[in-house]
Design a protein around this ligand. Structure first.
Ligand SMILES: [Zn+2]
Length: 490
């Protein structure tokens, strides 16, 4: 390098001259000063690189060749620097590329101000149940002119119209350039939300996202065929109300005309337009205390769509009093109502459970799979997702979540005593996979219990729901009430 040569030529001369003159000890260079060049860098696009140079000088201001210099960045979210001083712009903001050599240090000021664009990334145009957070939290992405994501941009979400509310209003873009609001709860009608990125030079800022809030429109008509006590009735009313918050979209009306007994012994004539489901409830003797607590399932499902229109819930009175006393009847009723609505009962007709009857039956609905991953199931690797029960006989296997993985979740084949059995968003999402319009936010908090898929040491006793799927012939009925197919029980 010419610069180095010019520096070194006179230095060599001076050193020799001094040595010759004094005839004493040779000069020992000591690292005295660390210079960096240039002293500042400015970037206008992400991913761009610039080389910086560090020079170590001795006490005579001469360059020390091959001096060891270590580079580092004090804000790697803005700029990174390689071992040889190559600086890369990563995100908007300020940083320093710091050089150190022994006890010496010097820094290059790095400024990154990439021209950027704010774009909708997720959650625009949703419909949701009034008073609840939307299923998908809205998100925006910041990209620079070369379409690289821009991290570390502060984004503020604010309700612009409709009267809803947000949580997590202040977000920051991640390494993927995406910022997501915590949640957006909508009110009836049109709702809008703005996302505003901080900083200058950002086009498309702010972004406006829209959503529509609607009223609950799915109706569960519970009809008691036997006498029920107030406490028993409360459990059914509460279960129906909860399922009507989880499934809120109307399904098409269905005309049905069938003789008494079509949905099993003791069931009445059906001759009406069904909106949206009729559930016949029978409380009588099944098999004495223990064993089967109840059985439930649909007896008429829609074609097209496969959403049930009529179903039956049958409970053994020998067990109901004990369940009420234990505070578990509510959970049993919610669980069995889930079967009537299609959980585990129409899965196979819809081709949603590959591996049924084998060692790894699994539910392949897209919504449930995503919800499983979001709620602790992402690392699950001992089988295919989402694991469905592979044991314990007809009525349990292939129609519940797998107990060894899900443990306390409501829709396994076992209720856990002494702890809540939450109806998780994974179950709600699975109902969405059946074609229902569902509201994730009415689900109960739950994290996948045993993602390793190993049976945990039992820490609470279980109530086995046993053979709880009512196996009736299921009539598949078109809009005009014509039977197009009969699904026979296995
Ligand atoms: Zn069940």
């Amino acid at each position: 390098m010419p610069v180095t040569r010019r520096l070194w030529a006179p230095i060599t001369f001076v050193t020799i001259a001094l040595a010759a003159c004094k005839g004493t000890e040779p000069f020992v260079p000591v690292a005295t000063t660390l210079h960096v060049a240039p002293s500042s860098l400015s970037f206008t696009s992400l991913g761009a690189t610039r080389q910086v140079v560090a020079v170590v000088l001795d006490q005579r201001a001469d360059t020390i060749k091959h001096a060891s210099v270590v580079w580092s960045s004090d804000n790697s979210g803005v700029a990174t620097v390689s071992a040889v001083g190559l600086v890369t712009a990563v995100g908007n903001g300020s940083a320093h590329a710091v050089a150190t050599s022994g006890g010496l240090s010097a820094q290059v000021t790095v400024s990154v101000q990439a021209a950027a664009q704010l774009i909708k990334a997720a959650g625009d145009g949703q419909t949701g149940l009034t008073g609840y957070a939307l299923n998908i939290a809205p998100a925006v992405v910041v990209r620079d002119a070369a379409s690289f994501p821009v991290p570390n941009v502060a984004v503020t979400f604010a309700v612009a119209s409709g009267g809803g509310s947000v949580t997590g209003a202040n977000a920051t873009t991640g390494s993927d350039g995406v910022a997501t609001v915590g949640s957006w709860t909508v009110q009836l009608g049109t709702n809008t939300l703005t996302a505003t990125a901080s900083g200058s030079g950002i086009t498309g800022n702010p972004v406006t996202l829209a959503a529509t809030g609607v009223s609950a429109a799915y109706h569960i008509d519970v009809r008691y065929l036997t006498a029920v006590t107030h406490a028993q009735r409360e459990a059914f009313d509460s279960a129906a109300a909860q399922w009507e918050r989880l499934i809120y979209g109307d399904v098409p009306d269905e005309f049905a005309s069938f003789p008494a007994g079509t949905c099993g012994p003791g069931t009445p004539v059906i001759n009406e337009t069904i909106d949206d489901i009729i559930i016949f409830v029978q409380l009588d003797s099944i098999d004495g205390p223990g064993k089967t607590l109840g059985q439930a399932g649909p007896c008429l499902i829609r074609d097209p769509g496969f959403q049930p229109g009529v179903g039956v819930m049958h409970f053994d009175t020998a067990d109901v009093a004990g369940l009420l006393a234990a505070g578990k009847f509510d959970e049993v009723v919610r669980h069995e109502m889930g079967h009537v609505l299609g959980f585990g009962t129409v899965w196979q007709s819809l081709g949603l459970v590959p591996g049924a009857g084998g060692t790894d039956p699994h539910f392949i609905g897209a919504q449930a799979t995503a919800a499983f991953d979001r709620n602790g199931g992402q690392p699950y690797s001992v089988g295919a997702k989402v694991p469905v029960e592979n044991c314990c006989g007809l009525g349990t296997q292939d129609s519940h979540w797998r107990e060894t993985v899900f443990a306390t979740e409501l829709m396994t084949g076992f209720l856990n005593s002494g702890v809540p059995n939450p109806l998780s968003v994974i179950t709600t999402a699975a109902m969405g996979d059946l074609g229902y319009v569902v509201n994730y936010a009415a689900s109960e908090p739950y994290t996948v219990a045993n993602v390793a898929g190993l049976r945990a040491q039992a820490s609470f006793s279980q109530i086995e729901l046993g053979d709880d799927i009512l196996r009736l012939p299921i009539l598949v009925v078109d809009r005009r009430g014509k039977v197009t197919r009969i699904i026979r029980p296995k």
